[in-house]
Ligand binder design. Structure first.
Ligand code: NDP
Ligand code: MG
Length: 377
């Protein structure tokens, strides 16, 4: 029985992880759950999965609602995440918090040598070097939950990493692929969040509409798989989750239904595979691979440039994207401003040197605050 803790259990990935646990209660046991503000859902999850430890990272909500969890160890504040991440009892920690709020807890789990099922790509984009160096020292394993990275991981299994030529991530294109610049400028929040294939949290849904998500995924893949040779292709059906090109000209692709249940299940059960619903392949339906639109969706190109520029540039990309996402979702800036501001910030700032976790947190906060100071008007 694998003992699992979930940080961000009330979010989209958290809920789907619990669905995997629900279907495979003979294999997985929940020992800790942490949410931020949605205590109604957290309470329901606690009743069903009976963890020993509960984290509520929003302190005000903790103070008001902790009585709901009497008899359990209830941790509060940002430190709650770090404490839950370090819990001795958990074999696997699912990092499912969204944004940089998940960084220190992800690092803590790695410091404790745990297996981390990593959905929180922002941690790796900003603090990849430190997380990887720490994992090397402690023996912690990082198994990707992001479907594209899970696909690359699976394609690389059994192959020598020296044979890796290129990673080609797939992208659904989000709700806006194919639209022209005039139409895109006036995109509303509702249009940006209406993803055609995936049901996800707000930030990643918006990032899918701007292609900022693919940009983060390029940076995430560079950390996970030690290469800068990463590209992407639009694949609207979201059946092939990524492709690896090998030095001998072979391409290996990974396919599964468009549901996070599959990559989450693999990250929890690896090296085994659990039973899942099988997808009867409809061989009479085409799978499309379409060209990217780097004119209207420039963020992935900016991310690739950032990779080549400086080790601190991905952090700047991530922090400025998190800040502009916040501003767009608060109706302070328009959709068309998102990539323009990220590009401008990447040109303006001095890239940080990132030797410690403190460097990462400080640099992230500085860039985030700079964007808010300049554009939150
Ligand atoms: P959601 O917005 O659905 O969930 C976010 C989770 O984080 C919730 O549990 C939320 O708690 C918690 N949270 C939010 N803010 C804070 C904070 N300041 N401190 C602590 N906890 C916080 O996001 P997703 O589940 O969609 O995404 C989570 C991560 O997984 C992201 O990094 C995303 O990029 C990645 N990912 C998601 C995919 C998906 O299909 N959803 C696919 C691939 C990667 P509460 O709701 O209680 O406030
Ligand atoms: Mg993804």
């Amino acid at each position: 029985m694998k003992q699992i803790s979930i940080l961000g259990s009330t979010g989209s990935i958290g809920r789907q992880t619990l669905e995997v646990v629900r279907r495979h209660s003979d294999k997985f046991k929940i020992v800790a759950l942490a949410g931020h503000s949605n205590v109604d859902l957290l309470e329901a999850q606690v009743k069903e999965f009976k963890p020993e430890v509960v984290g509520i990272s929003d302190e005000k909500i903790y103070a008001r609602e902790k009585h709901r969890f009497s008899g359990l160890t209830v941790l509060s504040g940002a430190d709650a995440l770090i404490e839950v991440a370090g819990l001795n009892k958990a074999d696997i920690m699912v990092a499912a918090v969204s944004g940089m709020a998940g960084f220190l807890s992800t690092l803590k789990a790695v410091e404790c040598g745990k297996t981390v099922a990593l959905a929180n790509k922002e941690s790796l984009v900003a603090g990849g070097k430190i997380i990887k160096e720490t994992a090397k020292k402690t023996g912690a394993k990082i198994y990707p939950v992001d479907s594209e990275h899970s696909a690359v991981w699976q394609c690389l299994e059994g192959n020598n990493s020296r044979s890796l030529q290129k990673i080609i991530l797939t992208a659904s294109g989000g709700p806006l692929y194919g639209k022209g610049s005039e139409e895109l400028k006036n995109t509303t929040i509702e249009q940006a969040l209406a993803h055609p294939t995936w049901s996800m949290g707000k930030k990643i849904s918006l990032d899918s509409a701007t292609m900022g998500n693919k940009a983060l995924e390029i940076l995430e893949a560079s950390v996970l798989f030690d290469t800068h040779n990463i590209d992407y292709v639009i694949h609207p059906e979201s059946i092939v989750h990524s492709i690896v090109e090998f030095t001998d000209g072979t391409h290996i692709m990974q396919a599964s239904p468009p549901s996070m249940i599959y990559p989450i299940g693999l990250a929890l059960s690896y090296p085994d595979r659990i039973d899942n619903d099988k997808m009867p392949f409809a061989f009479n339906k085409p799978l499309n691979f379409l060209p990217k639109d780097e004119i209207n969706f420039p963020l992935p190109k900016l991310a690739k440039q950032a990779l080549k520029t400086h080790e601190g540039a991905p952090l700047v990309f991530n922090a400025s994207l998190e800040a502009v996402d916040y501003l767009f979702l608060n109706k302070t800036i328009g959709f068309g401003h998102i990539s323009i501001i990220v590009a401008k910030i990447l040109e303006e700032v001095d890239f940080p040197t990132l030797n410690t976790a403190e460097d990462v947190v400080k640099a992230h906060n500085e860039v985030y605050e700079k964007v808010l100071a300049e554009y939150n008007k």
